[in-house]
Every structure is written in C-alpha cells, then in structure tokens.
Design a protein around this ligand. Structure first.
Ligand code: MF3
Ligand code: CO
Ligand code: CO
Length: 261
C-alpha cells in the first residue's frame, strides 16, 4: 500500500464553515490589493496593504515567517511575482511595478486557526497581447481543473487536464511546485501536481480541501531559485502567470472557498 492509497483527510461541517470564512477573508484581501495596483507601486506598499487588510478582517498573514524545510523564513506577508518570476517573489521596495507588467499576488490568511490561500495575476497598465493571453491561459487552467474536481476523481486528472490545455497553447507547466492540501495549516498533504499523468495520486472525496494553483510559462518549464532563497524565476527569462483557489470537495463537485463577492 502506497501513500496514494490512503484516503485523504476530510473536514467536519464546523471546520468547513471556518474554512469558508478564511477563504472569503483571503479573497477579499486579494481583491483589495488588486484594486490598488498600478504603475509606480512598490512591493513594500503591497506588503503593507496585505498586512493592514488581513488584520482588519481579524486574520493573520500565514506566509510571514513561514519555513519550508531548510533555508530562510519567508520575510514578508505576501508573495509578489512579476513577469518572469514564477512564484514566491519578495515584495521589497526595490520592486517597482511598471506599465506593461503582469504580476501575481498570492495571499494566505489564517483566520481562527484555518487557512485560505488564493492568488491572481494582474495587469499593470497595458501589457502586450502575448502577456494577456498567457494570463488568460493560466486562469483557464486553474478553472478547468477546479471544474473537474469531485468525489471519486483522481487528483492526477486535474494536473493532466491543466498540462493538456497549456501545451495546446504552446506554453508549459512548472512541475517543481504545485498545489497542496490546506486546513489547520497552510501546506498539508497531498501535493497537487499541475501536470499528468491522469492515473496518479489519491482519490478525492467529499470534505477534502486543497488548492489548485498552476504556474504557466510562455517558454520552457525549467525554473531556478534566486540567491535570496525564495524567488523562483523562469530559467529562460520568459513570462510566467498563475492563479490559485482554495477548494472544497462537495457531493457533486467542488466549491471554491476563495471567490470574492
Ligand atoms: N501561498 C503560497 C502557496 O500558494 C505559499 C508560499 S510560501 C511562502 O502555496 F512562504 F513563500 F509564502
Ligand atoms: Co497555495
Ligand atoms: Co498561495
């Protein structure tokens, strides 16, 4: 019996209600940031907005001080990943958003011990048609995977569908990073791949919570880590875009917990 044969943990109704509230808070903070972005905005200003808005909603910023294995703790409240940055970009004062950029903002809120994790890639001013098409593709990849999720569906089916969609558009999918289970911690098993094969991974069942967050590259899938120990960028310097939702498996499909109303 491999780990993949073990059933995924499920949440109880009261825990699901708490996850709905955490997801809504994260989504609202992401929308607040999105409305504030524009040419000339600095990374540290984005970080401040996330800290203030998260606090105003009664939450804490789950990414601040986060450690994954060895290496430095994440030094900020939010990931800010412009252009060729794939994920985990640092929102520093040196990052100044420019007309024509695309930029992913990734917010993870902890509310009363439960987590909501969501990201979107925004346009700064007027990006090129190619950049806009990549962003639309990344959103479509996330949303088609969410639409596939439901009880009895193997997790690998989602990654396979994402990869097929991206490849049909001449783009590639990052394999080293993926989605994850989520609940009382930001990152829980299982790893959620955004690539095939479809027969891989555990079966979904009602009450399971996880994220879908494909990183789609205009060029090749290879990435490299900057010397800061966090920032992941494309090896070929071409654009990357990402969207993320936290979802709950329901009796007949999946409910998005990080929709902004
Ligand atoms: N929110 C990110 C994710 O989607 C987590 C980034 S870890 C951090 O999984 F430490 F960089 F914030
Ligand atoms: Co995530
Ligand atoms: Co995230």
């Amino acid at each position: 019996m491999t780990q993949h044969d073990l059933p995924l943990p499920v949440l109880r109704p009261r825990q699901i209600d708490a996850m709905r509230r955490a997801g809504a808070a994260a989504a609202a903070t992401l929308a607040r940031v999105g409305a504030a972005l524009g040419p000339g905005m600095r990374g540290d200003e984005v970080d401040r907005i996330v800290r203030e808005d998260t606090k105003a909603r009664g939450g804490t910023c789950a990414q601040l001080g986060y450690r994954s294995g060895r290496g430095p703790a994440f030094p900020a409240a939010v990931c800010l990943s412009p252009n060729a940055v794939v994920c985990h970009g640092l929102p520093t004062a040196e990052v100044v958003l420019q007309d024509g950029d695309i930029v992913n903002v990734d917010v993870t809120t902890c509310l009363h011990g439960w987590h909501g994790d969501t990201s979107a890639t925004f346009f700064i001013g007027d990006p090129s048609p190619a950049a806009r098409a990549l962003v639309a593709l990344a959103r479509r990849c996330r949303d088609l995977a969410v639409a596939l999720a439901g009880p009895g569906v193997r997790l690998g089916a989602l990654g396979a569908a994402i990869e097929a969609e991206a490849r049909a558009a001449g783009c590639s999918v990052v394999g080293e990073y993926g989605g994850h289970g989520i609940g009382a911690q930001m990152h829980l098993p299982p790893f959620v791949p955004h690539t095939g094969p479809a027969h891989r991974g555990p079966l979904l069942r009602e009450g399971v919570c996880f994220t879908v967050e494909p990183m789609i590259n205009a060029g090749g899938p290879a990435v490299r880590l900057r010397a800061d120990g966090w920032t992941v960028e494309t090896a070929d310097g071409r654009l990357s875009a990402q969207f993320e939702h936290t979802v709950l498996v329901t009796p007949h499909g999946a409910e998005v917990l990080t929709l902004h109303v």
